[in-house]
Design a binder for this molecule. Structure first.
Ligand code: BGC
Ligand code: ZN
Length: 355
């Protein structure tokens, strides 16, 4: 069958012929796969931790929706069920055994399409039903390709809800309507973060260092999310108007960490999600500010099975009203490999149609 493969960690992408794995499990026909920054980094040989499962080549793809083609006796799935496969698979540590491989203690996990496990950019795959999450509503099968990036946001929300209880962080009317969340980055992950925190009743400001594309501005406007292009407007001026009560970074540049710690309010919460390998453009000291103003800075990566289920629920509940279909800006065939290297005008999320 057709598959998109790479030779990690060197990179490159190629359309290859691979055979179905010879393991026990359910057979899943791939419906859609998404491409994200991680895939582009793998393709460009920039992701140092990318590694094959066996041999030298790795099937790419960690964002997927599939349809069960053949089930096994001891599984609850039946033919035709729509599923989202999980990216990270557990190793042997305590957190992995508890189903929280997103908090793995020793790094002994694998990630489909990224490190140590073949991914989903192929016509079909055999999988362990424990790592498949069901999508009950067939009308969201196209949007369900956003489940994987959205599950990261569901974990961020869980982390945020936990951290904010350290003090009474809510408003005088008990809601979060007086609180401003700044989201750095306006790619798919940044936009998903923005709508999830908007749905909590917060005021959200999406921040980008370059002018935003019309697609992105339109999406943010429709969701009543404020935005700021720091190449033409100053962040500190905006923060004077609308205090930065919390911030989430989906960019991954050290300079953003400085911008956040310089501007976040006392008792603020900062969640760091992005990584990019970029070094800071100058030296800076964030420690005093963090200590003196009770700032909490936390890292968050990946998500657990419950976050996939919450992501599917979010798409079902808010997908239509928040016009999430506008995030998917292009649908391509597996042969169109230039989508890994070329960026189209106004592109947000590109998906590959496998069936
Ligand atoms: C995925 C995460 C994964 C991370 C690091 C992201 O693109 O969404 O699930 O843990 O890459 O490999
Ligand atoms: Zn991804």
């Amino acid at each position: 069958m057709k598959a998109i493969t790479t030779i990690p960690p060197g990179g490159g992408v190629k359309l290859s012929q691979v055979s179905l794995e010879n393991t026990k499990g359910v057979r899943v026909k791939t419906y859609r796969t998404g491409i994200c920054g991680t895939d582009k980094e793998i393709a460009q040989g920039k992701l140092t931790f990318a590694r094959p499962e066996i041999g030298s080549s790795l099937v790419m793809g960690h964002e997927a929706v599939g349809i069960i083609a053949e089930s096994v006796e001891d599984s609850t799935f039946k033919e035709g069920d729509i599923v989202v496969p999980m990216v990270r698979r557990p190793g042997g540590c305590r957190m992995c055994r508890l189903g929280r491989q997103d908090y793995c203690e020793d790094g002994d996990f694998v990630e489909a399409g990224i490190r140590g496990k073949n991914g989903f950019m192929r016509e079909e795959f055999i999988d362990d039903p424990r790592f498949l999450v069901k999508v009950d509503n067939p009308s969201i099968r196209d949007l369900a390709v956003l489940t994987e990036p959205l599950k990261n946001v569901m974990k961020m929300e869980e982390t945020f809800q936990f951290l904010r209880t350290r003090i009474p962080w809510y408003c005088e009317d008990s809601t979060l309507s007086c609180k401003n969340m700044y989201v750095f980055g306006t790619g798919t992950e940044g936009l998903l973060i923005s709508i999830v925190f908007k749905s909590l009743g917060m005021n959200v400001v999406a921040v980008n260092r370059h002018p935003l594309s019309e697609n992105v501005m339109d999406f943010l406007d429709r969701n009543r999310i404020d935005y700021l292009d720091t190449s033409s407007e100053k962040l500190d001026a905006k923060v004077k108007d609308l205090p930065m009560d919390a911030a989430i970074d989906a960019v991954g540049a050290m300079d953003v960490l400085k911008e956040i710690t310089d501007n976040v309010s006392n008792n603020g919460i900062a969640i760091m999600f992005g990584t990019s390998g970029q070094l800071p453009s100058h030296n800076f000291d964030v420690l005093e500010r963090i200590v003196d103003r009770n700032i909490v800075v936390v890292g968050s990566v990946d998500g657990a099975k419950n976050h996939y289920a919450e992501a599917i629920d979010f798409i079902e509940t808010h997908g239509k009203a928040m016009q999430m279909d506008r995030i998917i800006t292009g649908k391509y065939q597996p042969e169109e490999l230039n989508i890994f290297t070329e960026k189209e005008k106004g592109e947000i999320k590109k998906v590959i149609a496998w069936s």
